[in-house]
Structure formats: C-alpha cells, structure tokens
Write a protein that binds this ligand. Structure first.
Ligand code: GLN
Length: 531
C-alpha cells in the first residue's frame, strides 16, 4: 500500500459526517447540560443521588459503543447502525421531553426519564463508534490526511457541544421548572435533524476514493469481496469473529468473577473515605469488568494474523493510557466546577460569570484551535516531521500535566476563603484543550488505522470503553477534592490543600506521558509501518 501524501482537501463525505455528528452532539450535550438541573430542581432528587445517576449515565453511554460496534461489524454495517442509533436517541430525548411535561407527577416523570436515559445509552452505543469509523473509511488505509480529517470532524463534535448548552440552557433553564421540556425538545429535534441529513445524503457522499460505498452491511460487501479485500489487504471483509462457544463461556465466567471481585472490594480499592464510591457500585464494577474481559475476548480471535494482533495490542496500550487523560480531564464537570464556584473570582467588570459557563470554554477552544491543529499536522506531514500517533498522545498527556501545574501554582498558599483570578482556570482549559487535540482526534484516527476492517467498529467501541472506565475513575478522583482541611489519601498520596490536589494530577498525567513517550518507539514498531 502506498502512502498518499499529495492529495489536497478532503472528501465531501467528511463534511456530511461533520454535520451529522454536530447535530448529534448538540443533542447529547444539550440534554447533558440540563440533566442535573432537571433532576435536582424539577424532580427534587438530592444532590448525591443525582451525581450517582449522572456518573452511571455518562459511564454507560461510553460502554454501549462496544455493543454498537459489534452489531455493525457483524450484522448491520455502520450506516444502518447510525440510523437506528439516531432514531433510538431521538426517542430517548422525546421521552425526556415527556418526562419534563409531567414533572409535577414525580413518579410518572421518573419512569419516563429512566426509559429516556435507556434510549440515549443504547442509541449512543449504536451511533458513536460507527460515525467515527466511517470518517477513516473515506480515505485509503495509509492516507496521511487522516489525522487532519479526524481533527476537522472533532471540530464538528465541539461546534455542537458549544452551541447546545447555550440554546438548550436558554430555552430550558429559565428558573421555571416547567421550561425544562423545551430544552429536551430542542435536543430531540437536533437528533432528528442529524439522522435526516445523514439519510438523505449518505448514498451520494459516503464512498471511498474509488467511488465504492462505505458503511454497508458485511453481507453486502461479500459480493464485492475479491476486489475490496485485495485493496485493503484484509483476509476477508466479512466478519469472522470466531465465536467458539468456549470463548464466550470463558469470557462470561471471567466477567462474572471480576464483577463480583470489584463489587465486593470496591471500598478497599477506592478508599472508604470517598463517599461517591462507598458501597458496592454495580455499574462501576460492570464497567471495570468489561474493560478487562472484552479486550482479551477480541484479541484471542482465531481469524487474526500476527500483524493484526500486534496492531490491536497497540490500540489496547493507547486506550489504557487515555484512561488517565480523561480521568484528569473530566474533572471539568466535577471538582473543577466546585473550584470555579468557590475559589475563582468570576467578576468581569461588575458582571459575575456563572461557574457553569467555564464548561463551555473547552468546546469553544476546540472549535477555535482545531483548524490550526489540522493545518499543523498537514504541514508537518508534508515535511516528514509529523510525530507518530503515540508520541502525539504523549504530548497530549504532557499538556494536561502542564495545565494542572499552572493552576497548582495559582492556588499555592491560598486559603479556602480566598478567590483567585479566573485567568488560572482559563489557562488550564486552554492547555487541556490543546492536549485534547493532540490526543482525542488522533486516537480516533489511530484506532481506525490499526483496526482490521472487519473489527473496525468494535475496536472503536474499545476506544470509547476506556472513556467509560475513565469517567468512573474521574468520579473517584473528584472525591479527593479537599474539604475543610481534612486529609484524604489515594494510593499513598496525601491531599490536604488544593495545591496537593492539583499536583496529584500533575504527577499522574506526567508519569503517564513519560511512560507513553518511552514506549512510543516500541509501539511504532508494533504498528508495522502505520504512523
Ligand atoms: N468530547 C468528545 C465527544 O463528545 C470526546 C469525548 C470523549 O472521548 N471523552 O465526542
């Protein structure tokens, strides 16, 4: 396979996927911006319970992509999975709308809300890995434009994420609980728009450079298999997951054993003083158990060649490191919001900015910086100076550590009653976003480049699964946020002040960055010519 360095611009299909994903993320983040407010202010859940539901929801949303990836690779293909995922998510949003209409009848509203969350979790599983996989399939396997393409796609994600809280917050968070429904209705409408655009334009734009339709079901590829398989150097395009019964039984037994170990020993693992995780956490245990069993289940598949297996192994290593990235990064929705609320001076010429507004900084920075990063990768690629993907990810972790170091310096010696300038938190978000742009779109791209075609969506599911584990881990770490000078400890590290808390993240992401950097040469070798 020759590397195609010279092609300019991007296929139109990229922009179709951009718009489809933008509206889907508008829907996802619009609902998410209102969700905690809705359940605490309209349904009157207490804050602790609400946080648990939120944690489980965001964890499960990233676990189901495994299922969606499996269904697509084996039966439906990407297009059909995206369509049904979108429809189920829209249904989920409309159930949230129905719940919010009935908010005064709390029992009915709760019932509808849980059904709605179920729809969103299942639908996202079908949608998210499959849309990401399709981005890569628009290009030749070794096309050097892929990192830039995923970076542009990532901009679409964040355009939706930036606009959604503004619009859904404007119509739904008015102070009157009866208005939440308008936010959920907007989210549902965004989702329908996404599916409609996709359905109308998919046949026209979603094809390979040779004009071959992508994202069809594996059985439809069967007919064209000879040409395509040669092209992609695949043994077969038809999925050949060798589901020998023993492999399934073995995995199930492993899952059950790990699930029991985690749920019984959770307190011991997570330090009993951390309230969020005290007591058995079934969903957290299930996420951690699946995260260990599923990778083994995939890699022992008999149809894999040696080269494929070592490439999949690289996906696992990278997915493992990004757990640390997201666990530190996702403090944005938890401990960093407390920090914004309690210890940041948010006064701008007499106007006090709400603490929650910091949540949109990330998306706004991504949208502003993504084109620069896409250009940077393309420019470096042309000069043959582009860092390898594992090296980029290590840089991402490094920037995350620097972000925490900056804020640690800002809070050093500051007591609980003093507020620091918002420039500190703003700098942190800027650095974290730059780190995210080195790591997250590049991660989607490398998973795509390293996956055998017949496992591409399932392995994208593995990539998202690391987010599920990271979100759970983020919840644990957020519980270490210092309160009233009481010491907390994690893995032998004592935290009493905000400075200690932030330095913990510097150490964690710094170590992860250095180790990944050291491993990157070895990983490049395992990747066998793919960068
Ligand atoms: N913000 C991005 C999205 O919504 C990435 C999320 C993630 O992978 N943690 O797709």
């Amino acid at each position: 396979m020759s590397s195609i360095q010279s092609k300019q611009g991007h296929p139109k299909g990229l922009y179709l996927l951009f718009v489809t994903e933008m509206w889907e993320r508008f829907s996802y983040y619009g609902m998410r911006a209102l969700f905690m407010l809705y359940i605490t202010k309209a349904l009157l859940f207490d804050k602790g319970f609400a946080a648990q539901i939120y944690g489980s929801y965001t964890g499960l949303v990233y676990l189901t992509p495994l299922l969606g990836g499996y269904i697509a690779d084996r039966y439906w293909g990407n297009r059909r999975s995206i369509f049904w995922g979108g429809i189920i998510m829209a249904l989920g949003q409309f159930l949230m709308f129905a719940s919010a209409i009935n908010y005064q009848d709390i029992e009915t509203a709760k019932y509808l809300m849980f059904l709605g969350l179920g729809g969103l979790i299942l639908g996202n599983g079908l949608f998210k890995p499959n849309i990401s996989t399709m981005v890569g399939h628009l290009y030749e396997p070794n096309d050097s434009r892929k990192d830039a393409a995923f970076t542009i796609f990532y901009m679409g994600i964040n355009l939706g994420a930036a606009l959604a809280p503004l619009w859904c917050g404007f119509v739904g968070d008015t102070g009157n609980p009866a208005d939440f429904k308008w936010g959920f209705l907007s989210a549902g409408t965004g989702m329908l728009l996404s599916v409609t655009v996709f359905q109308i334009l998919k046949n026209k734009y979603l094809c390979t450079p040779e004009g071959q339709q992508i994202g069809l079901s594996p059985s439809s590829y069967k007919q064209a298999a000879t040409q395509v398989t040669e092209k992609h150097n695949e043994k077969s395009v038809v999925l050949e997951l060798q589901n020998s019964k023993s492999r399934i039984y073995f995995s199930l037994a492993g899952f059950i054993a790990l699930f029991l170990i985690f749920s019984i020993n959770f307190d011991a693992f997570t330090n009993a003083s951390i309230s969020l995780f005290s007591g058995a956490d079934w969903i957290g245990s299930a996420i951690f158990a699946v995260s260990l069993v599923m990778p083994i289940f995939i890699i022992v598949d008999k149809s894999l060649t040696k080269v494929e297996r070592s490439r999949i192994f690289v996906i696992y290593i990278i997915s493992f490191f990004v757990i640390f990235f997201w666990a530190a990064f996702e403090q944005a929705g938890a401990s960093l919001t407390f920090f914004a609320d309690e210890q940041t001076d948010r006064n701008i010429f007499g106007w006090v900015m709400p603490a929650s507004a910091f949540q949109s900084f990330n998306a706004i920075f991504v949208v502003s910086l993504a084109p620069l990063f896409a250009m940077l990768w393309t420019a470096l690629g042309k000069r043959g100076m582009e860092p390898s993907s594992p090296a980029k990810q290590s840089i991402g972790l490094f920037l995350l550590a620097v972000g925490y170091l900056v804020i640690a310096i800002g809070v050093r010696g500051v007591d609980a009653n003093t507020k620091v300038s918002m420039l500190w938190l703003t700098s942190l978000y800027l650095l974290h976003t730059m780190g995210e742009l080195c790591l997250s779109p590049i991660g989607l791209s490398i998973v795509n480049k390293l996956s055998p075609l017949r496992f591409s969506s399932l392995l994208m599911g593995v990539w998202f699964m690391s987010n599920a584990a990271a979100n759970k881990f983020a919840g644990i770490l957020s519980g270490l946020y210092p309160e009233n000078g009481i010491s907390k400890s994690f893995a032998g590290y004592e935290i009493t002040t905000l400075y200690d808390f932030f330095i913990f993240f510097v150490i964690m992401s710094g170590i992860a960055s250095v180790v990944l950097f050291v491993l990157s040469k070895w990983l490049e070798k395992l990747m066998g010519g793919i960068r």
